[in-house]
Design a binder for this molecule. Structure first.
Ligand code: ADP
Length: 480
């Protein structure tokens, strides 16, 4: 089998070692062999990026626009093929895979436009005869480290702004999803960027992570992944020389409040969508359903009925609603939390079992816990699977307090027909994103994405806010 290679300094380099990329819906299906970068590969990528930076940082907005637009156009033209690869590799359903691919194309198109819209300011000086100009410049060489759960959209929302604002990129995708990363990189490689501007290093975080985060020629790190790794990277960023700019997107334990006056149908759809679709493997998943007592029993019955109607099967099969869990270790973690929940005294109201399907894969029945308190581990720790907890609340005030009682703060939702409660929740929720009558997961691409507390650190991603992280500000004084 040929090994899909890393892309370094404008070439598909030759790697000595490769690893199989396995389909979680059918572990007998190997998608391909993908290179595992060594430390030397990572160093070569950084060297190439550094060499390319002086020219790329001065490239015209038109050149950057053209490259990003070309990338967007090709992704969109190949959405079905790429969406299928995504579903086969990561395990989300085919419609979800195609949807995510379209999203990646939209993000590249958005940042193509942003490349043309970088502006500065000219202001008056407090000193006579002096001009003051405030401009934005690219940061330098950036390490982009991404997780497996959105294998094309998250790379897109880091790579596109990095390039649009004139940075050079070293991209390290998660181990489990080299296929999407390679396919995207192949498109980027043919977009007309000068050699070294964009580099792909597929490899283990434990092997090449330290090079990508400590190297003196790295100026900034954008990371999406676990809290544990994120904290380590932040410590590295400030202790290495030179200090590096850092942006972290990490976990969530997102609350969805359902009030007595909610439209039950809307609430059930928002909760089931938010908690279980994409196999619950989203940092914005609604894992805590906080339901006031008047609607609690009706809500639990309706969610259970909806769960019974969901088909868990091969991600590529027509009619599948929920694909497999991404791999064995994630499946083990989900099942461990199902046991923890039961041991803590919560009631496993529905699901939580392993499922057998035609092919060997990591299939799990979505799980719903009731009788949960917010102190339980299943209500406090991110599970990252199709497991949701129902916490009963006396009234709105108690529901709001429970929703904010978490170390995370990424997304929070409320289902209500009351303008008063919706407005109050939008104001008082301690989350970066708030949803009213909508799932906690599912966002637009032209507005900021990010959270508070243990969920995020550093400037926001996406939309025009991305300029904060991917540029640095210069204030110039001139006495003409
Ligand atoms: P997840 O649970 O999503 O796998 P991780 O934080 O383990 O979360 O991984 C997210 C990304 O960070 C992956 O690309 C992974 O390879 C990378 N990574 C893991 N450990 C390190 C590290 N020490 N330094 C840099 N990157 C790392």
């Amino acid at each position: 089998m040929t090994i899909h290679q890393n892309f370094i300094a404008g070439d598909w380099s030759k790697a000595s070692a490769g690893a199989p990329d396995v389909n979680p819906s059918n572990t007998k299906d190997v998608i391909g062999e993908y290179a595992r970068a060594s430390k030397a590969d990572a160093e070569a990528a950084i060297k190439a990026a550094k060499a390319a930076f002086p020219a790329w940082s001065l490239a015209t907005p038109q050149v950057r626009y053209d490259a990003l637009k070309k990338i967007s156009d090709e992704i969109l033209a190949r959405k079905d093929e790429l969406g299928k690869l995504l579903a086969r590799e990561e395990g989300k359903t085919l419609p979800e895979g195609v949807g995510e691919t379209i999203r990646a194309a939209q993000i590249f198109a958005f940042f193509a436009g942003e490349a043309l819209r970088v502006t500065g300011e000219k202001v008056g000086s407090v000193r006579p005869g002096v001009d003051v100009e405030i401009t934005r410049e690219p940061v330098g060489v950036v390490s982009l480290i991404t997780p497996w759960n959105f294998p094309i959209a998250i790379p897109a929302w880091k790579i596109a702004p990095a390039l649009a604002y004139g940075n050079c990129v070293v991209f390290k995708p998660a181990d489990l999803v080299p296929g999407c990363a390679h396919a995207l990189s192949d498109i980027i490689a043919r977009s007309g960027l000068p050699a070294g501007v964009f580099n792909l290093v597929m490899g283990r975080g434990s092997e090449i992570g330290s090079v990508l985060t400590e190297h003196p020629d790295i100026s900034a790190i954008s990371f999406t992944g676990s809290v544990g790794t994120g904290r380590k990277l932040a410590a590295t960023a400030v202790s290495s020389t030179p200090m590096k700019k850092i942006q972290l997107e990490m976990g969530g334990k997102n609350p969805m409040v359902v009030l007595d006056d909610a439209d039950l149908k809307i609430a059930v759809e928002a909760c089931v969508q938010g908690a279980y679709f994409s196999t619950g493997q989203r940092c914005t998943a609604s894992s805590r359903l906080i339901v006031t007592q008047g609607i609690h029993d009706k809500f639990v019955d309706a969610v259970t009925e909806r769960l019974k109607s969901l088909v868990v099967d091969d991600a590529l099969k027509a009619g599948t609603h929920i694909g497999p869990v991404v791999d064995q270790s994630q499946l083990d973690q989900n099942l461990k939390y199902v046991k923890i929940g039961k041991d803590e005294g919560a009631k496993l109201h529905w699901g939580g079992d392993l499922l057998n399907r035609e092919t060997p894969g990591f299939y799990m029945q979505p799980a719903l816990f009731t009788g949960v308190t917010n102190a339980m581990r299943i209500a406090r720790e991110e599970i990252f699977g199709p497991v949701a907890t129902v916490i009963k609340a006396k009234d709105y005030d108690e529901a709001l307090a429970i929703s904010n009682d978490t170390e995370f703060g990424l997304s929070a939702g409320i289902c209500t027909t009351s303008l008063k409660y919706a407005s109050d929740f939008k104001r008082k929720s301690e989350a970066g994103m708030v949803m009213v009558n909508l799932p906690t997961a599912g966002v637009d691409y032209h507005v900021p994405f990010g959270g508070r507390k243990g969920s995020s650190y550093g400037p926001r991603e996406q939309g025009k806010y991305a300029v904060e992280f991917y540029t640095t500000v210069k204030t110039a004084y001139t006495l003409p």
